[in-house]
Design a protein around this ligand. Sequence first.
Ligand SMILES: *Cc1c(COP(=O)(O)O)cnc(C)c1O
Length: 228
Amino acid sequence: MSGTNRIDELRLGLATTQERIDHACQQAGRSSNDVTVVVVTKTYPVSDVEILQELGVTDVGENKDQEAGPKRAQMTHPGLRWHAVGQVQSNKAKSVAQWADVVHSVDRVGLVQAFDRVAASSPIQAFVQVSLDGDPARGGCVIPELAVIAEAVARSSTLSLVGVMAVAPLEMEPSRAFADLWAASQGLQGDFPQAAWISAGMTQDFEAAIAAGATHVRIGSAILGNRA
Ligand SMILES: *Cc1c(COP(=O)(O)O)cnc(C)c1O
């Protein structure tokens, strides 16, 4: 595939995705400006990230430390905001802090402590990830633990609390899952008004997430194509 074709493909992926976002926002009576698109570039090469940047993308997401660090280091131009969206092992906190501006998957106090042992040059924005069905398989704390973890993030010297994140469980209707996340977010904002962001929605379910108040959608395959 030639480089030119790839530019056209990514331009089309971005345009059709933005149309779907605009439509979902319109349906929900929300402004598209209130929804940040994090383009999840995992498994795709640095050349794609550079094309996306040329096409105006500001935020990219990666889920593996060992892939993301080298990718960011290879970028020709700075300026993108890099989001860590996958589970983070505590012994990787130091490495993640070197490439991530935002972490979506803080789900335990031990991980906050691991980040606090790292001196980041500027605070890393952090979402607390919630598991909506209580199954820890894809990360996330159960809702009763949310307040304690958020408290630790709020006191952290390295992390700055910005909100909550979830992945819709497979066996749960996305709109119900995201409604539960919205309720958890509302509860949390009572104690932590700064935690106003909601990271929810992927290629399969971002319309439902936008209807339920998502401020950050994490979209990969709708823009870059299906991962091998
Ligand atoms: C891969 C990934 C996404 C993007 O998924 P798509 O279905 O490709 O849009 C979003 N969030 C997380 C946590 C991911 O790992």
